[in-house]
Design a protein around this ligand. Structure first.
Ligand SMILES: Cc1cc2nc3c(=O)[nH]c(=O)nc-3n(C[C@H](O)[C@H](O)[C@H](O)COP(=O)(O)OP(=O)(O)OC[C@H]3O[C@@H](n4cnc5c(N)ncnc54)[C@H](O)[C@@H]3O)c2cc1C
Length: 482
């Protein structure tokens, strides 16, 4: 029997595990979280038992059905709180290194897995472009605000502004309103022409996505009911306050997202939630040796197979298409990992759904993709890397002074992206800004996504690693010195 390891139990990983089981494989499903469901389906803490968990969610019944089937299947081992911290490439194949237990736990048991096939479904981080004042308490990524609303029923503030780009702003505003916040406005950076360019062409292709229309209608209704204004071509370009956010400046943007002088206006607010899309979480795919496309998603074929034999990828790490794309890709990947064919009847429906929602991903990028004029709202003292407190001015001066084309050397010179988040928050922005200063761009072929150690590991845990661990540990040590 084929042994399939699925890393990540969000929509893509859950669908992959189920498809692999149905195709006759045995499955190990790991997730670093203590619950299944990923970023989309979140759970209330035990202290909130009794509150309806499905509120603020879409497709909760679908989640319950997926979860129940996996938990009840004798061929499925579900391991929550399981952090994959490295994937090691040996001559005999890939070794997946896992710690099981709470992230801050001591002496966590470790496991090394050598499955026949792997499905990587590690999702994405939400991306926030920096602006003056974004380091003040009261500024949240929209994903964090959504996680608190769904997972704790907590609104991040009383008077909240939601800003950025993309359809994700809508559920976030709806959740905030339903958890008691007054949402003062949703400010979408893209202008009407860009939105039309992304969403209007070939409308018949959207017909397969009827589930999205229902979701959209529910957000629109919530906006009307809670009187939430929605403005396009606007951005929050600064947050102000002494110890926390007290006001934000909103401005109109031109087509390149540069603020139009004279259109700035201050709004009293105690919180602002910002999202400019998502960054795929590809460190494990890189560690496994998978090809990464120029747009930084994992390259897959029709079966969701990566460039590495036996390694499949699904969900946000292959493109930002939302939950439906993740479910369809997961099912195709799991089926393939178990040895199934690309056009078996079992996955025919998923192939059609994937085509619909891959189209969705392209529309999101065309309509809401980041435009270069956003740097117009930065000031020399605006922090770009919050962990290491690196301001925009220092990044620019260093880039110009050294004329270096090496990301690695520029990171070492500026310290940007070397802090506790290891570039998960600022990495893409640091690359973008440094690339603009280097004549010809950054040329050393590295990226901030390369993290051989995918999650924090205690020195004691590393020291305990021996034998087969050796090369991963050596790589880690090398990485620490970079
Ligand atoms: C903070 C946040 C909130 C979001 N909320 C919504 C929302 O409310 N509505 C919406 O439409 N979209 C939301 N999205 C977008 C959403 O992620 C997707 O549409 C959908 O969840 C993608 O499914 P996925 O399976 O690809 O990834 P995910 O749902 O992100 O699942 C990936 C899983 O992989 C696990 N994982 C990652 N790395 C490791 C590792 N090294 N070891 C073990 N496990 C690992 C994670 O814990 C996670 O559970 C959100 C995204 C983010 C970042």
């Amino acid at each position: 029997m084929t042994g399939v390891l699925v890393i990540g139990a969000g929509p893509a990983g859950l669908a992959a595990a189920r498809a692999a089981l149905r195709a006759g494989a045995s499955v190990t499903l790991l997730d670093s979280s203590d619950q299944l469901g990923g970023q989309y389906w979140r759970h209330l803490p035990d202290s909130r038992a009794g509150v309806r968990e499905d509120r603020l969610h879409h497709g909760w019944d679908r989640f319950r059905a997926l979860q129940d089937e996996l938990l009840e299947h004798p061929g499925c081992e579900v391991v929550p709180s399981a952090q994959v911290w490295a994937i090691e490439r040996l001559d005999e194949g890939l070794v997946v290194h896992v710690h099981v237990g709470p992230p801050d736990g001591n002496r966590r048991p470790s496991r090394e897995l050598t499955p026949d096939a792997i499905v990587i479904a590690t999702g994405a981080y939400d991306r926030t472009l920096p602006f003056p004042g974004w380091d003040l308490p009261g500024v949240f990524s929209a994903g964090a605000a959504q996680a608190l609303a769904k997972g704790e029923r907590v609104a991040v503030g009383g008077r909240v502004v939601v800003a950025g780009a993309g359809p994700f702003l809508l559920p976030v505003a709806a959740s905030l309103a339903q958890t008691g916040a007054r949402v003062l406005g949703v400010y979408e950076a893209s202008r009407p022409r860009a939105l039309a360019r992304g969403w209007l062409p070939r409308p018949w292709r959207l017909l397969g996505a009827t589930s999205k229309f229902g979701e959209l209608a529910s957000y629109a209704l919530s906006h009307v009911r809670h009187r939430i204004p929605y403005r396009v071509g606007h951005a929050v370009i600064a947050a102000h306050g002494t110890d926390r956010v007290e006001q934000v400046t909103v401005a109109r943007l031109d087509a390149r997202w540069a603020p139009i002088p004279g259109t700035e206006r201050r709004i009293d607010a105690d919180a602002v939630c910002v999202s400019h899309g998502f960054t795929p979480r590809i460190e494990l795919a890189i560690a496994a040796g998978c090809d990464i496309r120029p747009d930084r998603f994992v390259r897959v074929d029709d079966r969701q197979h990566t460039s590495v034999p036996g390694v499949f990828a699904a969900g946000e790490i292959t493109g930002i298409g939302g939950v439906d794309a993740a479910l369809a890709e997961g099912a195709i990947a799991g089926h393939g990992a178990a040895g199934g064919g690309a056009d078996d009847p079992a996955v025919r429906r998923d192939l059609a759904r994937r085509a619909t929602f891959t189209d969705f991903a392209a529309r999101i990028e065309a309509a809401h993709g980041i435009r270069p004029g956003w740097t117009g709202w930065l000031r020399p003292d605006t922090l770009v890397c919050r962990c290491e407190e690196v301001p925009y001015g220092r990044l620019r001066e260093t880039g110009r002074a050294t004329c270096s084309t090496s990301l690695r050397s520029l990171k070492l010179s500026t310290r940007a992206g070397l802090g506790i988040c290891q570039g998960r928050v600022c990495g893409r922005t640091v690359e973008d800004l440094l690339g603009r200063e280097s004549p010809g761009g950054l040329l050393d072929g590295t990226s901030t996504d390369r993290r051989p150690i995918a999650s924090p590991v205690r020195i004691g845990e590393l020291a305990a690693a021996h034998g087969r661990h050796t090369s991963a540990a050596t790589d880690a040590a090398r990485h620490q010195h970079q």
